[in-house]
Write a protein that binds this ligand. Structure first.
Ligand code: AMP
Length: 587
């Protein structure tokens, strides 16, 4: 058996070790965690701490803990730890040694060789320092590869064609963007740009400041009055809230006993919405997009030349990142391989190739379909009650759970109906309806009573959908068994219907020529939109003066007549008239 070579991502915030064996990739874990925080420390008894224990102690004894040593690689500075001082290579070597040991425990053999990844912008001196760190740890660095190259390798191995890829890497403290050219087996970084001081830590900081302002406004307590321990707890709570907001529309932030005033404990209890949070971080995301354009310019390319975007780094789980990139490039970025682990995966693949193994694409369990629900919104500039709202996007790794918030439409609304769809069409009615349920007995109150809908796809492909009234906790749910495989049949049905309709067969509404039933999907959509508008107008009747009401009634009659006669032109005209009145009334 040839000697095993491991792949290592030696990161600023976290490090990982992976191995490719017998056609299978394994990211090696310890205590169920694959991410080893890049922290090194000494405890009270001068015992060495590496990874999670060192990160935990950082809260209490920052002076006995070193973090982000990667930023110092290649510098002559010494870092003090306890009574001694160490070079950045030595501290990095401690992390590497820890990873080496984890690999040895997992593989049950000694490990002497590694492929280590480095940022594309690392200078020769920084690369040399990384190699030395490997030496100190007892690891021969057989190859160093650029991080974006490793990420691209994870996604692209096994493909034959040539592609231009953008690797967008947003971690805890750094942002890097690289334009990568893939040509058969050769993966090359063509251009790059970045910011060494931009990442998830900045997002945490914004939330922390928001919490401190809240404490000041609510309890009159200033930042200076908070102990370092209380501040550290606030920072942790801020990071946790940030991560919650990646999958949920709201995050509850609560911490007890942060301080004391006149013998009374001061507790924190604050809700943060994703909307508020996104506003806080928009300037940072704008900055990353500016860097993207600088990198593209460096490669003499424009956004339309890019065929794929690969997401790397824990902070790319932030929905705003994905949404802004989708807006900018017109297609969804790829993130199905855990963005924290795809650099280590690529390093392991490169290591296996060097060892002579045949390496194919990494397999991950992903959902092949998008699941979501529908809401009243706008479609083609018109109000429409069935606009599709995706909750779990296709290609998301499973298991996964995502939530979104919706509002009731009118005052004292007592019930909502939730329909679950599978598909991608913005018009939900063009997707496949896979389940439906009602939540009844909602509390009385003004419109926009918040309902949180959660879709959870478990590892067995069962989709659990829950709707919960936010203020009362009232909830209903359904489980759709065997969601993923079942939809293949549904999709088949859907395709069959679609083809049948092209041949004018099989569907009643298409067979019956010259009836009042709309023929095309555009007409069906128009009918649904018109009905929604009529319903909306009728709800406004109580509050309008008699003249307006009469005009509205006439237009509603015109719409109904046009619908019955399937007269699209007349319907469009009446719909426009009614929309104008509603617009005028609402503004
Ligand atoms: P990395 O440097 O790639 O390990 O990324 C670490 C950063 O990713 C930290 O700032 C984390 O708080 C952040 N992160 C991890 N998970 C999430 C998540 N679900 N949503 C947003 N940020 C996350």
């Amino acid at each position: 058996m040839s000697e095993v070579i491991v792949g290592i991502d030696l990161g600023t915030t976290n490090s990982e070790v992976a191995v490719w064996q017998n056609g299978k990739l394994t990211i090696i874990s310890e205590n169920d965690s694959k991410l080893i925080p890049s922290f090194v420390g000494l405890d009270n008894n001068n015992a060495l701490l590496v990874g999670e224990p060192a990160k935990n102690q950082y809260m209490v004894y920052p002076e006995r803990t070193i973090k982000s040593v990667k930023r110092k690689m290649g510098e002559d500075d010494k870092l003090s730890l306890g009574e001694n001082s160490y070079s950045p290579q030595e501290i990095s070597a401690i992390i590497l040694k820890k990873l080496k040991k984890m690999a040895e425990n997992h593989l049950n053999c000694e490990v002497h060789k590694a492929v280590i990844t480095v940022p594309a912008y690392f200078s020769d001196i920084q690369r040399q320092a990384t190699r030395e760190a490997g030496d100190i740890a007892g690891l021969e660095v057989v190859k160093m590869i650029n991080e974006p190259t490793a990420a691209a390798l994870t996604y692209e191995s096994g493909h034959q064609d040539s592609r231009r890829i953008l690797v967008y890497d947003l971690g805890g403290g750094t942002f890097d963007v690289s334009v990568v050219q893939v040509e058969d087996d050769i993966i090359e970084v063509v251009a790059g740009h970045g910011n060494n001081h931009l990442g998830g830590d900045d997002f945490d900081h914004k939330i922390t400041q928001h919490i401190i302002t809240h404490l000041h406004e609510e309890h009159g307590i200033s930042e200076a009055e908070l102990s370092p321990g209380a501040l550290a707890r606030i920072e942790r709570a801020a990071e946790a809230a940030k991560q919650t907001l990646s999958d949920n529309p709201f995050a509850e932030i609560s911490e007890e006993y942060l301080a004391e005033r006149d013998g009374v404990p001061i507790n924190l209890s604050l809700e943060l919405s994703r909307m508020e949070y996104e506003e806080m971080i928009t300037p940072f995301i704008d900055e990353t997009l500016e860097a993207v354009h600088i990198a593209l310019k460096g490669a003499k390319l424009t956004a339309s030349d890019i065929e794929e975007i690969v997401l790397v780094g824990g902070s790319t789980r932030t929905p705003l990142v994905k949404n802004r990139l989708t807006e900018e490039f017109g297609f969804h970025p790829r993130g199905e391989i855990n963005p924290d682990l795809c650099v280590a995966s690529g390093a392991a693949m490169q290591a296996a190739m060097i060892g002579g193994e045949k390496v194919s694409a990494v397999l991950v369990d992903i959902t092949p379909y998008t699941f979501g629900t529908s809401a009243f919104s706008e479609l083609d500039g018109m109000p429409y009650p069935h606009v599709f709202v995706p909750l779990i996007e296709k290609n998301t790794p499973i298991p996964v759970a995502k939530s979104e918030v919706f509002g009731t439409m009118y005052d004292d609304q007592e019930a909502v109906e939730v329909t679950v769809y599978q598909g991608e069409n913005i018009d939900a009615l063009q997707n496949i309806s896979i389940g439906k349920f009602r939540v009844e007995g909602l509390s009385k109150g003004p419109a926009n009573n918040k309902i949180i809908i959660t879709c959870e796809l478990d590892k067995d492909g069962i989709l659990h959908v829950t709707a919960k009234e936010k203020n009362s906790g009232l909830q209903r749910n359904i489980s759709i068994n065997n969601a993923i495989s079942r939809f293949e049949e549904n999709e088949l049905d859907h395709a069959k219907n679609k083809i049948a309709s092209l041949f004018n067969e099989g569907r009643e509404d298409i067979e019956e020529e010259n009836t009042a039933t709309p023929k095309s999907s555009t007409e069906r959509k128009m009918h649904v939109q018109a009905k929604a508008l009529v319903e909306k107008a009728e709800r406004l009747f109580d509050d309008v003066d008699p003249d307006d009401r009469e005009e509205m009634v006439n237009l509603i009659e015109e719409i109904n007549d046009a619908m019955a006669a399937n007269n699209s032109d007349a319907m469009a005209e009446a719909v426009e008239g009614l929309s104008e009145i509603i617009y005028y009334l609402e503004s």
